[in-house]
Design a protein around this ligand. Structure first.
Ligand code: PLP
Length: 462
C-alpha cells in the first residue's frame, strides 16, 4: 500500500487557546459518559487501577464499551462511535465480521483448546510464507511473546547477548525491549550514544545493559554500535515503520543498509511487524520494502480480533527451533480457536479486494485532511501508510524519535477529545498513536472524521 507525507502552510497556535479548548472538551467528554464514570468507580474496588490494562486508562476518564459492529463501537452510555482506534491496531476486520463470526462459532462447537496442532496451522504457515517470503513459522499469543521469542532465538542462533534497539520503538512488555520506549527529552542523553532509559519499573539494570540504543533512520549509528560492540550483537530489532511515536517511515535505503551492516557483522535483523504486518499491506513492510529480515514478528491484526501471534524466519534461524536448540513453547500456541480465526482473516478478510478498498478510503481521508490543513494554514501534516495514519502536529517531517519529542502533546490530546465528542474513537494517546481503517469502514465514516478534524483546525487557528 502507498505511503505519503503531505505538508502545510504556517500559522501560530496560541498556547492559552489550546489549554482552554482542552478544558472545554474534557467537560463535554465527561458529561457524555456518566455510565463509564459509574463503572470506573465500581471497578476500582477489585480491578487494580479500575481497568484491565494501564493503556485503557485515558484522560479525563476511561471509556467503557458495550459492543461493536461493523465499523462502529458503542459505549456503555449507548453512544455510537466510528472505531478508528481499532483495538490498538488489531481490528482491521472491523467488528463481528461475518467470516470471523462463522469461523469462530464453528470452532467453538468443535473444541477450543487441545495443546496439540490442528490442520489450519499448516495452511496459515504456508500463507504467511507466501506473503512474507520467509519459509518457517511458529505461533504465540501476543506481540510481546513474538518479540520475546525473536530476541531469544537470535541469541540462541548467534551465541551473542547484545541487541540493538531503536529509540522510541515499542516491542511489548518483556524485559529485553523495555528500554528507551518513550523516554523524556531530559533522559535521552547524547544522540551519538543514547542512554538506555528504563521503559517501566521492574526492569533490572543488568538486562538494560544488554541493549544498545540507536536513533531511527541512521545507518551510521548502527555501524558505530556494531564496531563498538564487535562480535557481541545478536540482532537489531525495530519496527520497520515506527508506529509508537506517531508514524515515522524509513528513509529510502535505510532498511537495506542496516540489513547489510548487520549481516556483515554476523548479526540478525528482526522486524517487529506487530503493528505494520497486515495494516500496511498483505505482506507488511517485509513485502513492500523487499528487504526481508531474518525474523519477522506478527500479532494484532493477524487474528481478526482474536489473540494470536506468529514469528517467521529463515531456514537457518528457525532450524534452532526445529532441532530443539531453542524451545519455542506455550500452552495456547496455535490453539484451534486462534487458528480458525486467523485462517478466516487471511483467506476471507484480508483479500486483494479489501486492500483495494482500504487504499481508496485511506487516500480519500489523507487528501481531505490535507485540504483542511491547507485551508486553515496550520503547521501540521498527514502521514499515512496503508490503513494506518496520523496527523503530525508540526510542519517538518519526523525522521526519528527526537523530532517526535518536539511535537506539542496537547494538540494530539485535543484531537482525540474532539474526535471522541464528535463520535469517532481514536486511541487515547494523542500524538503517540494512529488511526486504523477496517475493511468495514466506508466513506460516511471518513466524512465524520474529516468533519471533526475541520472543527479542530478551525478552533486552533481562529
Ligand atoms: N510490537 C509493537 C510494534 C506493538 O505496537 C505492540 C503493542 O502495541 C507490541 C509489540 C506488543 O504487542 P502485545 O500488546 O500484543 O503484547
Amino acid at each position: 500500500m502507498s505511503s505519503s507525507i503531505v505538508g502545510s502552510a504556517a500559522q501560530d497556535v496560541s498556547s492559552d487557546r489550546v489549554d482552554r479548548l482542552i478544558a472545554d472538551e474534557e467537560q463535554v467528554f465527561l458529561r457524555r459518559q456518566p455510565r463509564s464514570a459509574e463503572l470506573i468507580a465500581r471497578a476500582r474496588e477489585h480491578l487494580a487501577g479500575g481497568a484491565t490494562s494501564n493503556w485503557q486508562i485515558a484522560q479525563p476518564q476511561a471509556v467503557w464499551l458495550s459492543h461493536g459492529h461493523g465499523s462502529k463501537v458503542y459505549d456503555v452510555d449507548g453512544t455510537e462511535y466510528v472505531d478508528m482506534h481499532g483495538g490498538y491496531g488489531a481490528s482491521i476486520a472491523g467488528h463481528a465480521h461475518p467470516a470471523i463470526v462463522d469461523a469462530v462459532s464453528q470452532q467453538i462447537r468443535r473444541g477450543t483448546h487441545f495443546a496439540q496442532p490442528t490442520e489450519n496451522a499448516i495452511w496459515i504457515a504456508e500463507e504467511l510464507s507466501r506473503r512474507f517470503g520467509l519459509p518457517l513459522w511458529r505461533f504465540a499469543n501476543s506481540g510481546t511473546e513474538a518479540t520475546m521469542d525473536a530476541v531469544h532465538l537470535a541469541r540462541a542462533v548467534t551465541g551473542r547477548d547484545l541487541i540493538i534497539k531503536v529509540e522510541g520503538c515499542y516491542h511489548g512488555h518483556h524485559d529485553s525491549v523495555q528500554v528507551s520506549v518513550l523516554p523524556e527529552a531530559d533522559e535521552v542523553g547524547p544522540r551519538a550514544h543514547p542512554v538506555g532509559v528504563p521503559g517501566n519499573s521492574g526492569i533490572p539494570e543488568a538486562i538494560r545493559n544488554l541493549v544498545v540504543v540507536v536513533p531511527f533512520n541512521d545507518p551510521e549509528a548502527v555501524a558505530r554500535a556494531l564496531t563498538e560492540h564487535r562480535g557481541q550483537v545478536a540482532a537489531m530489532i525495530l519496527e520497520p515503520v515506527m508506529m509508537n511515536a506517531g508514524i515515522i517511515p524509513p528513509a529510502d535505503g535505510y532498511l537495506a543498509a542496516i540489513r547489510d551492516l548487520l549481516h556483515q557483522a554476523g548479526s540478525l535483523l528482526i522486524y517487529d511487524e506487530v503493528k505494520t504486518g497486515f495494516t500496511t499491506g498483505p505482506g507488511g513492510i517485509t513485502a513492500s520494502s523487499g528487504v526481508v529480515p531474518d525474523i519477522v514478528c506478527l500479532a494484532k491484526a493477524l487474528g481478526g480480533g482474536i489473540a494470536v501471534a506468529a514469528i517467521g524466519g529463515t531456514t537457518r534461524v528457525m532450524s534452532a527451533i526445529a532441532d530443539g536448540r531453542y524451545e519455542q513453547v506455550g500452552t495456547f500456541n496455535g490453539n484451534p480457536l486462534a487458528m480458525a480465526a486467523t485462517r478466516a482473516t487471511l483467506s476471507e478478510v484480508l483479500t486483494d479486494a479489501s486492500y483495494a478498498h482500504l487504499n481508496r478510503l485511506a487516500g480519500d481521508l489523507r487528501e481531505r485532511l490535507s485540504s483542511v490543513i491547507a485551508e486553515h494554514r496550520v503547521d501540521w501534516h498527514v502521514v499515512a501508510v496503508g490503513a494506518k495514519g496520523c496527523v503530525t502536529f508540526r510542519k517538518e517531517p519526523v525522521r526519528e524519535y527526537r523530532d517526535f519529542l518536539q511535537i506539542d502533546d496537547r494538540l494530539g490530546h485535543l484531537h482525540w477529545l474532539m474526535q471522541h465528542n464528535g463520535g469517532v474513537f481514536l486511541p487515547p494517546w494523542g500524538k503517540v498513536e494512529q488511526w486504523l481503517l477496517s475493511v468495514q469502514h466506508d466513506t460516511a465514516d471518513v466524512d465524520r472524521f474529516v468533519a471533526n478534524f475541520a472543527r479542530l483546525a478551525a478552533a486552533v487557528a481562529s
